[in-house]
Design a protein around this ligand. Structure first.
Ligand SMILES: Nc1ncnc2c1ncn2[C@@H]1O[C@H](COP(=O)(O)OP(=O)(O)OP(=O)(O)O)[C@@H](O)[C@H]1O
Ligand SMILES: [Mg+2]
Length: 263
């Protein structure tokens, strides 16, 4: 089933993914290789299959055929929480934070997936679970500092601007101590200033934390500015992949976008 051998060096790899929803072919033989230290953008018109691809990578959707590999290992059959446990972390389209909880509490909720102490021990607040919790609290502070959320630390997320809530959501995703971060339209609905801030954090995550990023984003200026690689999907198919400059000059890409706008 798994055809070609694993691609040396790729952190996360989609190989020949096909995904159908009844008559809708959301993904038609889509392949993608995310390399270390790269921001890999996935772009394409509405309904092209971008979120479907991310859902296949994180395990929320099961493609009918094809393989997903992480650090060379086939993870195609692993459930989402198992993939998260390996360090595949994601943010979703829209808002996923808990509005009544503070920024810090939301970030702490991201550690839940990594808790090794188990519920019983956590309830008793004994040795290992307590140590783990202390470590998480310290790590949450690192994330708060990294994302410049010090002022918002104790504010309920529901009172925050959209941009700030998305930043808290990013903090929650970072709490998993990811080895790769998958982001679905993190900048949708943001002001230009908020987009600029988030772009800076995404670059810092790549350069400072050494975490590669798969980024679905509609803002072409941001994509072309910060991405190392761009894969373009249209009607469930990869129509181009390369550097931002290569992709920008690709006639198929230009046609797909002009067609999308005219529709
Ligand atoms: N759970 C689902 N059930 C049925 N059809 C789905 C499901 N998820 C996606 N699709 C369909 O698959 C196709 C691709 O959708 P997808 O959400 O992946 O597109 P997208 O590129 O993320 O679009 P957008 O830019 O609007 O977010 C669409 O035709 C969509 O209706
Ligand atoms: Mg989408």
């Amino acid at each position: 089933m798994v055809g070609k051998p694993a691609d040396a060096g790729a952190v996360l790899e989609a190989h020949d993914l096909c995904l159908r929803f009844g008559a809708v072919e959301a993904l038609k033989s889509v392949s993608l290789r995310v390399m270390p230290r790269q921001i890999h953008a996935v772009i394409g018109p509405n309904g092209a299959g971008k979120s479907s691809l991310l859902n296949c990578l994180s395990g929320f959707y099961r493609p009918q055929s094809g393989a997903v590999r992480f650090m060379g290992e086939d993870i195609s059959t692993l459930a989402p929480h198992r993939r998260a446990g390996l360090g595949i972390s994601r943010t979703f389209q829209g808002i996923q934070t808990y509005p009544s909880m503070t920024a810090r509490e939301n970030i702490l909720s991201g550690f839940h997936n990594r808790m090794k102490g188990g519920l019983f021990r956590a309830l008793l607040y004994w040795g290992p679970a307590r140590k783990e919790e202390e470590a998480f609290a310290a790590r949450a502070e690192d994330i708060i500092e990294f994302l410049e959320l010090e002022q918002e630390r104790h504010h309920p997320v529901g009172d925050m601007s959209y941009g700030m809530r998305k930043r808290v959501d990013l903090g929650r995703a970072l709490a998993l101590d990811p080895r790769i971060l998958i982001m679905d339209e993190p900048m949708a609905g943001m002001s230009p200033e908020e987009k600029g801030d988030l772009a800076r954090f995404v670059l810092d995550i790549r350069d400072g934390l050494d975490i590669p990023i798969v980024l679905v984003e509609h803002d072409m200026e941001v994509v072309m500015d910060i991405s190392d690689r761009v894969t373009v999907i249209d009607f469930g198919q990869v129509i181009a992949s390369g550097t931002p400059d290569e992709v920008r000059a690709n006639p198929a890409v230009i046609a797909a976008y002009l067609g999308g706008e005219a529709a």
